[in-house]
Each structure stands twice: as C-alpha cells, then as structure tokens.
Design a protein around this ligand. Structure first.
Ligand code: ADP
Length: 439
C-alpha cells in the first residue's frame, strides 16, 4: 500500500516536472495550468482503464487469469493474483476434503441422513436412499417426517431422546427391518443412521421357533413316558402282564421317537456348524443305492414295490455318510408317505454331465403351496401323519444341508393324490471319471 502512494507521489512529481514546469517557463502560467490539467486527465483515464479491467475480471470466475496492468496497477494486480491463487488452492483442497468425506459416507454399510433442526434433509447417502426409498437428489430439503411418516419413527424423532436405537418395521420397503439411531452433532444438526437388521431378526426368529419346536416335539413323548412309568411304578400289581407289556411298548416307542429326534438334531447341528467337508471320499453310487433300497424294503415290510435303476455306474466325490443319510431320508419319506400297494422308483442317471438321483413315488403327494417350505426345520404338511410314521420333521432339512455342502440342488415335483418326485442334481465336478472296477 505504502509503495502505491510513493509511486503516485513520484508520478505527480514527474507530471509537475515534465509537463507543468516546461509549459510554465516556455508559454506562461495559463499554458502551464492547461498542460497540467491535460496530464492529470490522461492519468485519470489511464487509471479508469485499469479499473475497468479489474471490474471486468471480478465479474467472472475466481480462477480466471487476471488482466495485465502497468505501473502501479501491475503491482496491484500481482498482489491480487497472489491472493487469488492462495484462495483457489484453499477452495480446491476444501472441495477435495469434502469430496473424500462424502465418498466415505457413501462407502458406509449403513444409511446416513444429515438433517437440520427443522428436520429438513441436507444430505442422504445411497444406502439410506435404498433403506427409506428416497431420492438422494430430489428429496433434499424436504422435511424428514413428511417422507418417513411411520408413527413410531415420528414419535422417536419428537421425543428427542436418542439413547436407545429404534427398531423400524413397516417402512416403504416391504419386509425390511432397520435399526435407527439419531446422533446430534454441531449446533442443531443431526445424523440419522440406519442399519439393515432384517437378516439378524430372521435368524433370531428362527432360533426362537427352533427352541419352541424342539421343546414341543419332546414334550409329548416325555409326557407319555413319564405318565406310564409313574402309573406302572405306583400300581404295578393292578395290571396284568398283557397290559404291562402294552404300556412298556408305548414307552419304548416314545423313547425311540426321542432318540430319533436327538439323533436328527445332532446331525443337523454338525451339518450347520459349517465345518467343511472332511476328506472327500470316492463314493460308488450303485452299491450305496442298493443298500438304501434294501433298507427301504425292510421299512416297507413288503407293502410297496421298490425298484432301482442305475443307468450309468458312477463315482461321486463327497462324504459317504452324509450322502447316504440324504438319499436314505428321501427314500424313507417315499415309503412313509406312500400307502400300501404303491410303487417307489429309485433312479441314478448322468444327464448333461451332471449326476441325477431321483425318487418317484405314487404316494399322497404334496400341494403346491407347501413345496417352497418343505426343507424348513420341523415343517410338515400333515403333522399327525408325520408323527404316526415316526417322522421328526427334520429329514428334508438334513437333506438340504447335505446337498448344499455338495453344491447339489433339490427339485420337487408333486401332485396331491398322485405322487411325488424328489430329484437331486450334482454338478459335473462331483462326478469322478474313472472306470469302476468289476466286483
Ligand atoms: P418328516 O419327518 O415329517 O417326514 P421331512 O423333513 O422328512 O419330515 O419332510 C417334511 C414334510 O414333507 C413331511 O412332513 C411331509 O409332509 C412332506 N413329505 C416329504 N416327503 C414326502 C413324500 N415323498 N410324499 C409326500 N409328502 C412328503
């Protein structure tokens, strides 16, 4: 600033020395005054010209290059240029930091909505937009409670007590369960953080149902066993040998039921523990199916026709015990759900490079609405029929787990009153290509 005044002073001294004094000396005081006025006007025009350049520049973007100046204006423009460069740099680094923060918020696995004290949305990340079916662009500026009107949520926001999270159900996205937490920050600003807990809730419900189901399954046989044992121990002399035998056989039957249930639960639990398949064996399909066929015949007691067709003798890579248990369950079900006189056909074939095992029966069949739920634990179409035939409701759940561990799939076709076909398909890599040595 000081240097500008000094320069201006010297320009005025220069004007006086170079214009006014020579004119005064040569042509008198009037000419001196006139030439001084002309000099000052020229100087003013020169300053106005530079001022115009500056005004033009300041109307455009900050990072536009500054015009070139002369004399004092050169120094002024240079100073301005330096300051503009610093400011542009600061703005750029601020924009980069902001962008990094935005990207970090976008990358969060949780939804985040920033809102002000009037609950107007300032910013939404993509995850929150999905959670609440909002648009991160067009819903900005809208009041949160205009868009999310669920009464529990509105009450939560209005309570201003955010120590505990809110479990949010029944929003715009059907079936989605969210855990919401409001986090106030700065002055009158807050973040609404949403976490998808649908899966966790589902698991929790399954766990609760499972415990309830197991307790329910055990209660009936335990009551029978306890009742008859008590009765016999207290009034043994009152009963004849035939009655005692009958009661003991009922106790044994219920014991068997509990044992089967515990055994199936243990199998399921070891399958679900997620331990990877142990040493994979080479399982020869035909001998395994022959022995399953023999067991099925024993279970049927000659009441069914049970056939086996092995179209291509094959070797499967997998766990022999697990495969045996899965195939045995499917065949056992066919026997149990096919009335006497029915037919059960077991078939192994290789189709399109994949191994396919199918069990077809002419039994009671299953209505279409039950098919998607058959492999759920304890799901039964007809509870009493399942119990009568010694079912635990866990057979197909075990089958599903074994097949998943072998990357195989289960397909069920069925018609009530006509019969069912359960088909298991193993992927190519499970079939081992080696000639089976003759027995
Ligand atoms: P369960 O021990 O009750 O047989 P599963 O898990 O093996 O349990 O089977 C679930 C349900 O699927 C059975 O209760 C039964 O209603 C139905 N089901 C399974 N296999 C057959 C079949 N071959 N024919 C008709 N219904 C079947």
């Amino acid at each position: 600033m000081k240097s500008i005044w000094i320069r201006t002073f010297w320009i005025l001294v220069g004007l006086a020395g170079l214009v006014y004094l020579p004119a005064l000396l040569l042509y008198g005081p009037t000419a001196g005054a006139l030439s001084l006025c002309v000099g000052i006007l020229l100087l003013l025009a020169w300053h106005l010209y530079h001022l115009g350049l500056l005004l033009d520049w300041q109307e455009g973007a900050l990072d536009r290059p500054l015009p070139r100046g002369h004399g004092v204006w050169d120094a002024a423009f240079a100073g301005l240029h330096r300051r503009v460069r610093i400011r542009v740099g600061q703005q750029q680094s601020l924009a980069e930091t902001l962008d990094r923060f935005m990207r970090a918020f976008q990358a969060l696995p949780d939804g985040v909505i920033a809102f002000d004290r009037h609950q107007h949305i300032e910013w939404i990340n993509d995850r929150a937009a999905v959670h609440f079916a909002l648009s991160s662009a067009s819903d900005r500026g809208q009041a949160l409670t205009n868009l999310i009107r669920q009464p529990d949520f509105v009450a939560y926001l209005e309570s201003r007590c955010f120590d505990e999270p809110l479990i949010y159900r029944g929003g715009r996205v059907p079936g989605l369960i969210l855990m919401l937490q409001v986090i106030p920050y700065g002055e009158d600003h807050s973040l609404l953080v949403s976490r998808d807990i649908t899966q966790i809730e589902r698991m929790e419900n399954m766990r609760r149902d499972f415990i309830a189901n197991v307790s329910h399954e055990l209660r009936t046989p335990l009551t029978v066993v306890a009742g008859f044992s008590e009765m016999l121990s207290e009034n043994y002399e009152d009963y004849g040998a035939a009655e005692i035998k009958h009661y003991l056989s009922l106790i044994c039957e219920q014991n068997g039921r509990m044992q089967r249930l515990i055994q199936d639960l243990l199998t399921l639990s070891s399958l679900e523990s997620g331990a990877p398949l142990g040493n994979e064996e080479q399982v020869e399909v035909e001998p395994m199916l022959r022995s399953i066929q023999a067991e099925a015949q024993a279970l049927s007691g000659g009441k069914h026709v049970i056939t086996l067709a092995v179209e291509v003798p094959s070797v499967l890579a997998g766990c022999a015990n697990e495969l045996r248990s899965a195939f045995g369950n499917l065949v056992g079900n066919a026997v149990r759900y096919t009335p006497a006189g029915g037919r059960i056909d077991l078939c192994w074939r290789v189709f399109d490079g994949c191994g396919v095992f199918s069990v077809s029966d002419t039994g009671i069949g299953i209505a279409a609405q039950h098919l998607p739920r058959l492999t759920e634990r304890f799901y039964r179409v007809d509870r009493s029929r399942s119990r009568e035939t010694g079912g635990t409701g866990l057979g197909l759940a075990i089958v599903k787990h074994v097949l998943t561990r072998h990357q195989a799939t289960l397909d069920v076709e069925s018609e009530p009153g006509k019969g069912s076909r359960f088909s298991v398909r193993f992927p190519r890599h499970r079939l081992i290509e080696r000639p089976v040595s003759p027995v």
